[in-house]
Design a protein around this ligand. Structure first.
Ligand code: HPA
Length: 275
């Protein structure tokens, strides 16, 4: 074992962040591709670069920033991660527990995970939004593997309501007020960094996936481990491989995310106001 991710390890990050703020954040938000502009709206913002935080990780993806931003948004005390960590960057799965464990130790009560994803469901279109009701994780990995951190959660834990039903209901109420098309669906995790093959996407559809992506699931499992109420919101930036006869590129992902940036931001803000 390369590292020992015990309670003290995670506490060190939390102690540092706590020393920079004089409030308890209530809602945590991890911003996915194209969701960055939300961070600019946080009032009385305290920005902490990831590099400064002991035992934390640093973003290596060029279009992912690397700051923790704490402040007030829609009247709520929030902690926001502008830039997230992915397995494809080379981290161990165990390291991917760091963000949500930091939230938990700071006293956060609800977490929102946003991401860019490819649409598997052919009824969806780029620019649509999916409120996650569940996920498929067939890569045999859980970030809480290794010695269990008993202070944070139990060895074995339930994931039957991993994307909390009550929070999903709130998000659906907010969906009535957005111009975006909002669905409820299942996210399938692929570790990346390559996009999926057409055969993998056909298999994903047969298995019940509505969209696919390379993030969110490690954080969602970490949230379930520490009983953190959770909302997962995916922005469909492209149709997944093989749905259309065209090649996938990250440019399309960024372009679509950019094109619905404003209504997507307003949708997330409305959710935050009502959580
Ligand atoms: N596959 C995986 N991850 C993604 C995709 C996709 O098609 N689009 C955005 N993130």
């Amino acid at each position: 074992m390369k590292y020992h991710y015990d309670f003290a390890y995670f506490q060190k990050s939390a102690d540092y962040v706590r020393s920079k703020i004089d409030f308890t954040p209530e809602i945590a938000i991890i911003l996915g591709t194209g969701c960055g502009p939300l961070a600019d709206e946080i009032e009385d913002a305290i920005t902490i670069p990831y590099e400064e935080i002991p035992n934390f990780l640093v973003s290596t993806v060029s279009d992912h920033a690397g700051n923790l931003i704490l402040g007030t948004l829609m009247g709520k005390k929030v902690i926001c991660m502008n830039g997230r960590f992915h397995y494809y960057e080379g981290y161990d799965f165990e390291q991917l527990t760091a963000p949500v464990r930091l939230f938990k130790l700071l006293g956060v009560q609800k977490t929102i995970l946003t991401n860019a994803a490819g649409a598997v469901n052919t009824e969806y279109a780029p620019g649509d939004v999916v409120i996650l009701k569940d996920h498929l994780n067939f890569f045999n990995v859980c970030p809480t593997r290794g010695p269990n951190v008993d202070e944070i959660g139990p060895r074995f834990f339930d994931v039957s309501d991993i994307y909390t039903k009550d929070l999903r209901a709130i998000a659906f109420e907010c969906a009535k007020r957005t111009e975006l098309k909002v669905h409820e669906g299942v996210y399938m995790y692929f570790p990346g960094p390559h996009f999926e093959t057409a055969a993998e996407i056909r298999a994903a559809r047969i298995l019940g996936a509505d969209c696919v992506g390379m993030s969110t699931v490690p954080e969602a499992l970490t949230a379930a481990h520490c009983s953190m109420p959770l909302l997962g919101i995916s922005l469909m930036t492209n149709m997944a491989t093989g749905v259309r006869d065209e090649k996938l590129c990250n440019g399309e992902v960024s372009e679509t995310a950019h094109s619905v940036e404003e209504p997507f931001k307003e949708f997330i803000k409305d959710i935050i106001a009502h959580l």
